[in-house]
Design a binder for this molecule. Sequence first.
Ligand code: PLP
Length: 388
Amino acid sequence: MKRIYLDYAATTPTHPEVVEAMSPYFTEIFGNPSSIYSYGQEARGAIEQARASVASLIGAQEEEIVFTSGGTEADNFALKGVAFASENKGNHIIISPIEHHAVTESAKFLERRGFSITRLPVDEYGLVDPDEVRKAITAKTILVSVMQANNEMGTIEPIAEIARITKEAGIPFHTDAVQTVGHIPVDVNELGVDLLAMSAHKFYGPKGVGALYIRKGTRLVPFLHGGSQEGRRRASTENVPGIVGFGKAAELAQAEMNQEAERLSRLRDELINGLLERIDHIRLNGHPTIRLPNNVNISFDYIEGESILLNLDLEGICASTGSACTSASLEPSEVLLAMGLSHEQAHGSLRLSLGRWIADDEIKRVLEVLPGIVARLRAMSPLLKSNN
Ligand code: PLP
């Protein structure tokens, strides 16, 4: 059976040109970039070239890019780095309630150590109101963190408007741009952010490498102590092949992103409209238009997302739910709950995320298969019976 991969928001296949670019750095040019002989210096040169490509993708200066082990480390570095660098100024941090766990768990960690966290409200589409940010700021606020686009339901946040408010107040502003960089145009100066997290594996680069953009003048305490790599901001021998792959993915994205975003937006809308036409009692989660080009998130009344997922898998279709599996129980998505969905609606959600190798006929196949799965599951659903 031919598989249809519709979980690009979880991770993407590494682009063959990225694998090709990385390959020599495992075997031929394997030197430590801190070594002064040529093997080392060739590796150093490749890192700096990748830094230039990543910086160019987001309109940053090269020295403002610090490579990390991924988006999670970049988010942790932003929150904890600023928090511990600003303890003499204050202890208050503002985040949105729809952040990735890399931000929410970092915030909880800081909360346990005496920092105070404000979690902003969001509207039914998951949008943060910039005015709520203005109202939440106090004399003790040291950081605001709002993601650029949500990984579950795809809504794109008004980052530039929020940045105008934080700038006026003189407070650093971090955005988790893991789902946007490489997919839609991102420019740190147009956005006005001070910190921005990225991850290579979300846009056809390798896993285990990412970066934090740090605007010149933003104060952060280093996260890893040791050698003097990354301008003393992140110790440890650099992941040279990973960084080279990240750089190559950035170059490819810069060349192809706009065209690809247009193609995916068309397929996304075809999928959304097709599902809304064919299946009753469903709703689109996230904003209808201000959303990622590749994100479809639907709640199905009376059935659970996990059951749909398992049935799709039997048809060779890989998707995901909004809810996180814990070992003992299935928790509903905190993101969907924050947007006002009921527990049942949040449990009945399905995310289909599109990407580079998804073809028109695959979208058609999903539209053929999914209504039948939903009808079968609803026929067995105790939830439907009790509602009729
Ligand atoms: N932030 C967002 C919005 C994400 O979607 C992800 C990945 O799922 C991360 C952070 C974590 O990135 P990484 O997998 O590179 O640690």
